[in-house]
Design a protein around this ligand. Structure first.
Ligand SMILES: NC(=O)c1ccc[n+]([C@@H]2O[C@H](COP(=O)([O-])OP(=O)(O)OC[C@H]3O[C@@H](n4cnc5c(N)ncnc54)[C@H](OP(=O)(O)O)[C@@H]3O)[C@@H](O)[C@H]2O)c1
Length: 350
């Protein structure tokens, strides 16, 4: 158990880390603060890839008189300080140079280049290092970064909407279930992920765009499964100019596809290895977070394979009375419940 004050300061680090945007990629978001006798001297988050780390920014902000307090202060940081050179000097060197005597860390770094070495070096130099006994909040913040190193796959988010009576849609007919607020929120989520994946029937029935047109920010890569190449090249996914990756097992092209410029094709066998191979291929392309946006069959295969980290499920107030049943998720994974102007939003975390 961490003393309540340490826990409070660590949670502040997590809040700070959440301020880091996509500019830190491919490094993870990190937050840090310096405390002297229950007074916060400075706080910072990692701002951009190649820039100073959060702990370095904390120290940079101090006045000369505050710097003198460092040998009597505690540094709180959401992620273990680095012990190796990347674009900046190791965080550990800086802490030793300023003779900071106590460091409280949210989690050990899952990157094998660090993985406990930073903490070991600090301890070897006489620094008292406390690691949070529950690393889950800090690891959750790392999201795709942690999974890239630990499981060699991107973070997988499942997202779908269901009617009040548990249906996702009607066969061969697009149905809009969630409200305008939920729709905008989904566009915001899209602006923060790398890729969206959908199944063949969803592409065929809904003809979605899967862009961020309702929220500022980049649109993710769209990925669509089409084992038998039965989708029309006239769908928005293939004609609106945004990149789309089409995953298929067929190598033949029909003449109508020769005019489609923005589509890249990935050939994979559609057997039990499909999902792990697809996730591996995405990771190699730099995809750290992929959101699976349906339909029911595709979501179901991710759930059955246990290849998901978080699910975001909207439940609308209207009933459909029948249709395509929504997947069911184990209730013990339910971690948060919100209301959005009549829609329910449930987060499930594994
Ligand atoms: N409410 C929502 O949030 C939401 C979201 C998306 C879609 N929808 C609705 O859901 C319906 C479509 O759902 P659905 O379950 O019928 O279809 P789907 O999951 O979109 O697509 C299923 C098809 O994709 C291919 N596929 C998907 N996953 C595969 C896998 N793991 N391995 C092999 N092939 C795979 C197969 O095509 P082949 O048979 O050609 O191999 C399969 O028949 C539509 O009505 C749509 O409107 C609702």
């Amino acid at each position: 158990m961490l003393p309540p004050a340490d826990l409070r300061y660590l949670h502040r680090c997590y809040d700070l880390a959440r301020r880091a945007g996509s500019a830190v990629y491919p490094n993870p978001p990190v937050g840090a603060l310096l405390v002297h006798h229950q007074t916060i001297l400075s706080e910072a988050h990692y701002e951009r890839y190649g820039g100073p780390h959060a702990e370095a920014r904390c120290i940079e902000q101090l006045s000369p008189s505050q710097r003198q307090l460092l040998p009597h202060s505690t540094l709180y940081v959401s992620l273990e300080p680095s012990s190796h050179h990347d674009q900046t000097p190791p965080g550990v060197d800086l802490l030793l140079q300023h003779r900071i005597p106590r460091v409280v860390v949210g989690t050990i770094d899952p990157n094998p280049l660090v993985a406990g070495r930073g903490i070991a070096r600090l301890r070897a130099a006489g620094v008292m290092v406390v690691v949070a006994p529950d690393p889950r909040p800090a690891l959750h913040l790392l999201g795709g970064f942690a999974l890239r190193h630990r499981e060699k796959r991107p973070q997988v988010l499942l997202k779908y909407a269901q009617s009040h009576d548990g249906f996702m849609g009607l066969p061969n007919r697009p149905v809009w279930l969630s409200n305008a607020y939920s729709k905008r929120l989904v566009h915001r989520w899209r602006s923060r992920i790398d890729a969206i994946l959908i199944g063949t029937n969803t592409a065929h029935c809904d003809n979605p765009r899967l862009t961020t047109r309702l929220f500022p920010g980049p649109s993710p890569l769209r990925i669509v499964l089409d084992r038998r190449r039965r989708l029309s090249p006239k769908l928005h996914l293939f004609t609106d100019g945004h990149p789309t990756l089409l995953v298929t097992e067929r190598s033949e092209w029909t003449a109508q596809w020769s005019e489609v410029p923005a589509v890249e094709v990935l050939h994979l066998p559609f057997d039990q290895t499909l999902l792990p191979r697809l996730l591996g291929a995405l990771l190699e392309r730099g995809v750290d977070v992929v959101m699976v946006e349906g339909g029911a069959r595709l979501l179901g295969t991710f759930i059955e394979a246990g290849l998901w980290d978080e699910a975001r499920v909207f439940t609308a107030s209207a009933a459909l009375g029948g249709g395509i049943p929504a997947p069911s998720l184990p209730p013990h994974y339910l971690s948060q419940h919100l209301e959005l102007a009549g829609d329910q939003l449930d987060y499930y975390r594994r």
